[in-house]
Design a protein around this ligand. Structure first.
Ligand SMILES: NC(=O)c1ccc[n+]([C@@H]2O[C@H](COP(=O)([O-])OP(=O)(O)OC[C@H]3O[C@@H](n4cnc5c(N)ncnc54)[C@H](O)[C@@H]3O)[C@@H](O)[C@H]2O)c1
Length: 432
């Protein structure tokens, strides 16, 4: 066993986690079971909440954290007795859809100011291939006055967790690991093996590990984009896309994906990291960018469908009432970031349509503060259209009687995720 892992296991050292969000908190929970951990996040409210054992993202129950092994703070300067850092800060995009590396640069700067000889820094944030070496390491060197590989080492291990997914978890998903040399790779592997039962995959280099993560999400984005494009075509033809896919899926080599809204912090963002790098290198990534463009069109396509339905009955748009069920970017999570349902709501509001929004997972204050949208506690009255936009488990249980009580006789239910497929017989349902 490497000295670093031994010191962590014997409690002589703590592991420092920087960024306690959807990715950092699961690591905090898992590592705190085994070793001492110091968690750092610039968001004081998160620190206060976690200090009481409350996960701000509602993913983990309080008994998931071994608080005896956890110290939390909002400033890296307060961290003592650490020689290993794991960075899980966000990597969003700018308005122009280019990488926004500010959080990553700022975290690298703070670590650089504390860095000592012999330290190891592992980055987990999703980035384009080359980012760790071209952006983060130079900052670490500059701030520390230390020399990379001689004085300190760097690893990269992308996060693959899927918040809300109780089947594919941190501990049972193989972790890709990489390091700046074989010894670093060994140390990085050992650290993650403490918490990952499924084991690790040792990538050839940091760039390979960075690229592997991006590719996972690009592949998913492009596959969904193809389904969305088919849905736009089949809508014009007048056939149901899900029925087409169901039929086509009976062939052994057909890959089933579903059309829909593509939002969130990963699938709708990560491809832009790769397309940025590609263009920097003089290559225009046609397929990836076309896929993004098609996926970004779907909220407008849905709002047009709603407007068309309202127009059919001669109702003025300002008299129309629409209920949106589900505003988070996907099912069974509270994450609102880049939710395309928010785009859909804004399109409808721009037509002066009355929109009520309900969601058992979303945080009302956050929705109002960040997006200016009010969350209703329950539906009220009858609606011209109901859009079930997210497959939250609470919605799966709802039946025909529930919907017929809140839908006008000429109303239309948009089953965006096709979750009631064939189950609602006596009300009008649209699905892809
Ligand atoms: N959310 C996912 O499902 C998921 C899955 C795989 C990979 N990733 C990647 O993991 C990274 C983190 O994503 P996330 O969803 O956990 O983000 P998040 O926004 O939920 O959490 C990031 C946390 O970092 C904190 N932070 C920002 N700058 C900081 C700094 N300089 N110092 C200390 N703390 C700082 C923020 O306050 C926040 O709490 C991203 O690169 C993301 O693409 C996310």
């Amino acid at each position: 066993m490497q000295m670093r892992t031994k010191a962590l296991l014997e409690g002589h050292r703590s592991l420092c986690l920087i960024g306690l969000g959807y990715v950092g908190v699961p690591l905090l929970a898992s590592f705190s079971d085994i070793i001492k951990v110091v968690g750092v996040d610039t968001d004081e409210a998160k620190i206060n909440s976690l200090n009481q054992g409350i996960d701000p993202n509602q993913e983990f129950a309080s008994d998931s954290f071994n608080l005896d092994n956890i110290k939390l703070c909002s400033n890296l300067n307060e961290v003592l007795n650490c020689d290993t850092y794991i960075v899980t800060v966000p990597t969003p995009i700018t308005k122009n859809k280019t990488p926004n590396l500010s959080p990553l640069k700022s975290a690298s700067k703070s670590i650089g100011q504390k860095l000592k000889k012999g330290d190891l820094v592992i980055f987990e944030s999703t980035v384009y291939p080359g980012c760790t070496e071209e952006v983060c390491i130079p900052i670490l060197e500059q701030e520390s006055n230390l020399e990379f590989q001689k004085d300190f080492n760097v690893g990269y291990s992308p996060e693959r967790i899927n918040p809300g997914d109780k089947v594919h978890r941190l501990d049972n998903t193989i972790k890709i690991v990489s390091g700046d040399n074989p010894d670093t790779l060994l140390e990085v592997s050992e650290i993650y093996r403490l918490i990952i039962n499924a084991g690790v995959h040792k990538a050839d280099s940091i760039k390979v590990a960075e690229a592997a993560k991006i590719v996972e999400n690009v592949q998913r984005d492009v596959n969904i984009a193809l389904m969305n494009e088919l849905a736009l075509i089949f809508d014009r033809i007048g056939i149901n896309t899900n029925s087409v896919l169901e039929a086509a899926s009976t062939k052994w080599n057909f890959h089933r994906y579903s059309p829909g809204l593509v939002g969130g912090h990963c699938i709708s963002v990560d491809p832009y990291y790769l397309t940025y790098k590609a263009q920097e290198l003089g290559y225009f990534p046609n397929v990836i960018l076309s896929g993004r463009e098609v996926n970004n069109r779907i909220s407008r396509f849905l709002s047009n469908k709603i407007v068309q339905h309202i127009g059919k009955f001669g109702l003025s748009l300002s008299e129309a009432r629409v209920l949106i069920k589900g505003v988070t970017f996907k099912e069974n999570v509270s994450d609102l970031r880049n939710s395309k349902v928010i785009d859909l709501i804004n399109h409808l509001l721009s037509y002066s349509i009355h929109v009520d929004v309900v969601d058992p997972w979303a945080n009302a204050a956050e929705l109002n503060k960040n997006y200016g949208i009010k969350l209703a506690s329950t539906p009220s009255g009858k609606y011209d259209c109901i859009v079930v936009s997210v497959k939250h488990k609470q919605f799966l249980e709802l039946d025909e009687l529930y919907y017929s009580n809140i839908l006008k006789p000429d109303g239309l239910l948009f089953d965006v995720k096709n979750q009631y497929s064939g189950k609602l017989k006596n009300i009008a349902v649209w699905s892809f």
